[in-house]
Design a binder for this molecule. Structure first.
Ligand code: NAD
Length: 457
């Protein structure tokens, strides 16, 4: 099933080889944007089915980011595609050098279930902008959205330019054996390793957008109310099923009680006294993930953790209330694994330097968030920590800034997406070097006289 689709894309690529200029790429992106607008109601319905995602949240986190990526790309594409001259180095005087971005070829996009629409189509925008043919494999865990993506793409784009292949691990494994020129994977670090190993077989390049635990540090000069508001939004949007959601919060011990009070107030302000009835709170994607999260809470509580907020759970409705835990231990699953749900450990700390050392000793996070007013502390933490991105007095929003690269480092990913970085991920910047005056004779045998002397300089 995927073999013939791959062959169609490769043939399409060959046919377009010289003709897929900026006008054609723009037309493809405009057709995609038009189809997204035409399917808005269906997109909302699919995400309500898969994730109980509130309409406004679907607009803000699934539709708007893809349309913004298209708009941004249309505005800059001609410049990104330009062949750029570079100056000769001293040794290369007399040559002319240029950088020509060319499409990588036939590329594969594998998407996760948590933002199943935008994380499938966002990378597709960059792939098309860079002039590639693309195969997209949406997540099988968001089946309504996956089926919708098939219809939407078929309505907008020819099948020798984009193919959508549905399925789970088996399909993914089959796709990964095909000789793609680039694989853009968004998902867990564990599967990221599988993808990279498969890519080694065909020497495809990879972009890996992975996950992990993204900590929040409240510095000594944090504005607690602002931190509580940002953390509540960042953590409980999409019921915590966000790759860059604050995973856990470190708070100075003396401010723990005040922060918890502020957090409780913000959660109530956003989701009301009973978040179950809120029209703004999503559900857990499936029974397996619900059981995983419930087990995390139960284990933590059995081990002495305290429930500061929430804890209510309804398996049939896949509803898990915004939940805040205190007094968690490092040995608990909630401290070891990416939580990826509406469960937030708040951890009191005594010494900021020791805490930074502890964070640096762990896996490099996809996002690190710092709440602090003192410029010197902000600069110090910015200079001494490593993470995919650092958010200062903010959560999540760096994802929406298209002039910033989005990606991880180490365990949280490889390469970057969005804007020009997405375009580059799917391009090969081909150096073109031209000899203008037959000026390189000095490099050639026989190595005698002036040549031998020059080589010693
Ligand atoms: P996942 O790794 O389980 O699945 C992602 C995709 O890989 C799916 O399409 C799935 O079908 C496929 N897949 C699963 N197992 C596979 C295998 N053995 N071989 C080949 N393909 C396989 O991830 P998920 O559960 O869908 O998403 C959650 C994870 O994704 C979290 O870790 C989260 O942090 C991360 N994530 C990262 C970003 C980012 O932009 N960095 C965005 C969203 C989610």
């Amino acid at each position: 099933m995927s073999g013939p689709a791959f062959a169609r894309l490769a043939a399409g690529n060959a046919a377009r080889r010289t003709g897929f200029g900026s006008a054609e790429r723009r037309a493809a992106l405009l057709a995609l944007a038009k189809a997204i607008r035409a399917h808005e109601a269906e997109i909302m319905a699919a995400l309500a089915t898969d994730l109980g995602k509130p309409e406004t949240e679907t607009r803000l986190t699934e539709i708007v980011p893809v349309l913004a990526e298209i708009r941004h790309t249309l505005a800059h594409l001609r410049r990104w595609m330009k062949v750029r001259r570079v100056l000769p180095t001293l040794a290369m005087l007399g040559t002319r050098a240029r950088l020509r971005p060319e499409p990588k070829g036939t590329v594969l996009v594998i998407a996760p279930w948590n933002y199943p629409f935008s994380l499938a189509l966002g990378p597709l925008v960059s792939a098309l902008a860079a002039g590639n043919a693309a195969m997209v494999k949406p997540s099988e865990l968001a089946p309504a959205t996956s089926a919708l993506i098939v219809r939407l793409v078929a309505a907008a784009l020819p099948e020798d330019l984009v193919a959508v292949v549905e399925g789970g691990v088996e399909t993914s494994t089959e796709l990964l054996a095909l000789p793609f020129d680039h694989i853009f994977f968004t998902g867990s670090p564990a599967v990221g390793r599988v993808v990279m190993a498969a890519a080694a077989k065909t020497l495809a390049s990879v972009t890996l957008e992975l996950g992990g635990k993204s900590p929040v540090i409240l510095g000594p000069g944090a504005d607690l109310k602002r931190a509580a508001r940002m953390v509540a939004w960042g953590k409980f949007a999409n019921a915590g099923q966000t790759c860059i959601a604050p995973d856990h919060v470190f708070v100075p011990r003396a401010q723990e009680a005040a922060f918890l009070t502020a957090l409780r107030a913000e959660i109530a302000r956003m989701y009301g006294a009973d978040p179950r009835t809120s029209k703004s709170f999503a559900r857990i994607v499936n029974g397996r993930h619900f059981a995983r999260l419930k087990a995390m809470i139960d284990e933590a509580r059995a081990g002495g953790a305290e429930l500061a907020v929430g804890g209510e759970a309804d398996a049939a409705a896949r509803y898990l209330a915004p939940t805040v835990l205190t007094r968690t231990e490092a040995t608990m699953a909630v401290s070891r694994e990416e939580i990826f749900g509406p469960v937030l450990p708040v951890i009191a700390y005594d010494d900021l330097d020791a805490l930074l050392g502890q964070i640096e000793a762990g896996e490099k996070p996809l996002a690190l968030y710092l709440f602090e007013r003192d410029r010197a502390v902000i600069e110090q933490i910015s200079a001494t920590t490593t993470s995919g991105a650092l958010g200062v007095n903010i959560t999540l929003a760096h994802y929406l800034h298209l002039n910033l690269p989005f990606g991880g480092i180490g365990n949280s990913g490889l390469g970057a997406a969005h804007g020009i970085w997405g375009f580059r991920a799917f391009s090969h910047e081909k150096p073109v070097l031209e000899d203008r005056f037959s000026s390189l004779g000095l490099l050639m045998p026989p190595y005698t006289g002036a040549k031998a002397r020059l080589a010693k300089l």
